[in-house]
Write a protein of this length. Structure first.
Length: 284
């Protein structure tokens, strides 16, 4: 395994690997790794000669400074986990390496008028996806992978990144991997470790609600279905921010089930002081 802290050194190393004809898979992370992250690494290992994973807490995608400060940092444990799963290259840069002082990371595209970024997460976290696109574009420019691996849990983020890849004309395949869940259905997340111990046992209600929505989606009108689902999520200590039933590609709210082959139920729920997101894809 190779560990790099600077852009110059990792780029040089990867150039040498590409000269040998090796395929490169890339898994970007913000650390605090769990089995969900490691499943992405494993997926890359299966299809590529070389797997690269980054650990970088990106400051430009946080709306609140306190959220950035609270984000868990477990670097030594993260490196050990990546080593054990067989990751070949780890990129662990300082902020100054990703965003050099005095320079501007300019994107060859814009999400200013994109419908993908104005709904759901974009509505409650303005500017978040600009930061996501900025850091992913920068990391892809550094690593230059053949394949990029991301998890379905951040469904809207995946759609935004795919749009970024398309707009930038990058020849990179985006591989979306399934959500990895706890035994009670809670989607694995770095935020889960911050859940209040009295609320954590109830958190499975999020996935239960998504499953209920899938099972009964043709039994109610869309308005009533959403109202019932939101009521299910509104239990003591839980405050749903949204639950939307959207087209899987455009992320726009649907008005007629029969007009879609695939939709997604997406939700964000405050569990105490921790905000969790989840989704479920429904195919007809």
């Amino acid at each position: 395994m190779h560990l790099f802290r600077t852009v110059e050194k990792i780029k040089y190393h990867l150039v040498q690997q590409r000269k040998q004809g090796l395929s490169i898979g890339f898994v970007p992370t913000m650390g605090a790794l769990h089995q969900g992250h490691l499943s992405l690494v494993k997926a890359s290992l299966e299809r590529n000669d070389l797997t690269v994973s980054s650990i970088f807490v990106n400051p430009t995608q946080f709306n609140e400074q306190k959220d950035l400060e609270k984000y868990p940092r477990t670097t030594s444990k993260d490196i050990d986990k990546l080593l054990r799963v067989g990751c070949h290259v780890i990129f662990f840069p300082e902020v100054e390496e990703i965003y050099p002082p005095g320079t501007t990371i300019k994107l060859p595209f814009t999400f200013e008028n994109s419908s993908l970024t104005k709904v759901m997460e974009g509505r409650f976290r303005p500017g978040h996806f600009d930061g996501v696109a900025q850091v992913v574009y920068r990391l892809l420019d550094i690593v230059e992978p053949h394949r990029l691996y991301m998890g379905q849990k951040d469904y809207q983020q995946v759609q935004v990144v795919q749009s970024m890849i398309d707009q930038a004309g990058l020849t990179i395949d985006l591989e979306v991997c399934p959500i990895i869940r706890e035994k009670d259905g809670l989607a694995m997340s770095s935020r889960n470790r911050r859940l209040d111990e009295t609320l954590r046992p109830k958190a499975g209600i999020i996935h239960q609600t998504l499953n209920w929505t899938k099972e009964t989606i043709q039994s109610y009108s869309l308005v009533e279905l959403k109202a019932r689902a939101l009521k299910m999520l509104t239990i003591d200590g839980f405050n749903p921010e949204y639950l939307e039933i959207v087209d899987s590609n455009t992320l726009q709210p649907i008005t007629d089930y029969s007009a879609h082959n695939e939709i997604v139920v997406c939700t964000a729920v405050w569990v105490g002081q921790v905000r969790l997101i989840d989704n479920l894809v429904i195919k007809f």
